[in-house]
Design a protein around this ligand. Structure first.
Ligand SMILES: [Zn+2]
Length: 191
């Protein structure tokens, strides 16, 4: 492959990624971070392919990405969804676990590959999670909270041995949301 072919292939995969992320209603800043495209270029892709009568219909989100971590841990149900996504991040090698079991970003991949894997993880989350509540931007935020600022981490359940997403600064009862939900269901059946 010649250098120009290489560059072309690289541009094409960034363009594909931008298209894929727009369809997931990602914010311009998020697309910019993953593709290296300018804001202007992202807006042009959106107005060319997603606007007008024949355009693919997607909603555009404005402003900053959401950033509160309580969204991921405030109930067993929310914690379950965050855990499903976090496990998909691991499965698709978007993140790795270090020797102490801490979630780290995968340093061997570039931002475009990271964006592609994030899309793949998110698309699988939509397939396997009944009634998914987390948007793509929340998935992006979860990735940052786990692998960059470590405000969240993966804890391990004493009952079933499964990992679950936990607030770094909160008390950990070593009990996963899956066991919690199973108990709630059992209690509901008895009542
Ligand atoms: Zn458990």
């Amino acid at each position: 492959m010649r250098i120009t072919d290489n560059r072309y292939a690289g541009e094409l995969s960034k363009f594909d990624l931008a298209m894929r992320m727009i369809q997931h209603e990602a914010r311009t800043g998020t697309i910019k971070a993953c593709t290296g495209f300018s804001e202007d270029r992202v807006r042009k892709i959106y107005s060319t392919y997603f606007k007008g009568e024949n355009g693919l219909k997607v909603r555009r989100k404005r402003g900053k990405s959401p950033s509160q971590i309580t969204r991921f841990v405030s109930s067993a149900r929310r914690q379950t969804e965050a855990t499903v996504l976090a496990c998909l991040f691991l499965y698709f090698d978007l993140v790795t676990l270090n020797q102490r079991g801490r979630v780290m970003r995968n340093e061997s991949i570039d931002m475009t590959t990271m964006g592609q894997r994030l899309c793949r993880a998110y698309e699988n989350y939509l397939l396997i999670q009944p009634d998914p509540r987390l948007s793509f931007e929340w998935a992006w935020n979860l990735y940052h909270c786990l692998a960059h600022n470590h405000e969240l981490y993966l804890a391990w359940c004493d009952d079933c041995g499964s990992p679950y997403v936990q607030d770094t600064y909160a008390l950990d009862y070593r009990r996963c949301p899956f066991c919690e939900l199973a108990d709630q269901q059992a209690a509901g059946q008895k009542a």
